[in-house]
Unconditional design. Structure first.
Length: 322
């Protein structure tokens, strides 16, 4: 009798552990779905997905559809595991991870340079033992969930016990230990691209410029509110506005000038600099209505030409940073 009781308790414990893996499987499916959709939605450059997942074995035009198709399948399995206890989704999840294990084995054999693509572009590391072991463990978890009772993932979370929570944590830690993506994400977080290599939105830079005190103190010089030229040089974004210098020529209506703003593309309060040049390219000093504004330095051949302004940007940047 005692032996039978012990066997029953062991069976119940095993079923509890197997049931606890439903949320673990759901987490992995959710992360895989979101990462694949994000990778495709980012608009990866042509050939950018050529080293990710089983899609590398297909023609390039099928890379994105194949990744989205895999994400759709994972989303269906995720919904089924969390919302129902139907065995169809349990068997489907087992089949999915079983096929994934085989495909990754073939991928490693035929394309040893390709990443598994399990979590989109984060899984760019070539398929190795850890990736294969992870899918094998997930297959075992899914097979155990088939044997578990007909409960949904939500009900497992709603009635969670300390044994269930412990089993979930152990399962997640095991999967994390077998995931090379953890190191990749940590490496990306530690590494920050130099300012000149970071993407920058010109509209955002212009918005920050307009909020600066330098803009406000020179806005009275502008003939129009929209720039006639804009370009980026390393960590600086330049904007050129047409302006009129009132009183520059006595008795005249005012001589046209170029008001060139430079805003640094880093920092919470980016530095803003300005230069005002006349049609001959000479730097001019301005007496603003409220306070004197001194603009130093000299530009030559200032015109509304992006290539020419680009050649002038480096000397200006050296003066700004110096």
């Amino acid at each position: 009798m005692a032996q039978a009781t012990q066997m029953t308790e062991a069976a119940q414990l095993a079923m509890t552990v197997a049931t606890a893996q439903l949320p673990v499987l759901s987490v992995l499916l959710a992360l895989g779905t979101a990462a694949k959709v994000r990778t495709v939605a980012k608009g990866t450059q042509p050939g950018g997905m050529s080293g990710l997942g089983p899609a590398v074995l297909l023609a390039e035009r099928w890379h994105a559809p194949a990744m989205l198709g895999c994400a759709a399948g994972e989303a269906v399995l995720l919904g089924g595991l969390m919302a129902t206890g139907h065995p169809l989704f349990r068997w489907g999840t087992t089949a999915f991870f079983t096929i994934s294990t085989y495909v990754l084995w073939e991928l490693r054999r035929r394309r040893p340079d390709a990443g598994c693509g399990c979590f989109g572009d984060v899984s760019a590391v070539p398929v190795g033992f850890r990736s294969l072991a992870r899918t094998a463990v997930l297959t075992a978890m899914a097979a155990g969930a088939v044997w578990a009772g007909p409960v949904s993932g939500w009900s497992v979370l709603a009635g969670i016990s300390w044994i269930t929570a412990l089993a979930m944590v152990i399962g997640l830690l095991l999967i994390a230990a077998l995931s090379p993506e953890i190191e990749e994400i940590a490496s990306r977080l530690r590494y920050r691209a130099p300012c000149e290599n970071r993407p920058s939105d010109p509209a955002k830079a212009e918005s920050l410029l307009r909020a600066s005190t330098v803009w406000q103190s020179h806005a009275w010089l502008l003939a129009r509110a929209e720039p006639v030229d804009s370009w980026r040089e390393l960590c600086w974004r330049f904007f050129v506005y047409p302006g009129i210098h009132p009183g520059l020529r006595a008795g005249g209506p005012g001589e046209p000038v170029d008001v060139v703003f430079a805003i640094r593309l880093s920092g919470r309060r980016p530095a803003v600099r300005v230069a005002v040049v006349d049609a001959a390219g000479r730097t001019v000093g301005i007496e603003s209505p409220g306070e004197p504004v001194s603009v130093q330095g000299e530009w030559t051949h200032a015109r509304h030409d992006s290539a020419l302004y680009g050649s002038l940007a480096s000397p200006l940047e050296s003066r700004i940073e110096g």
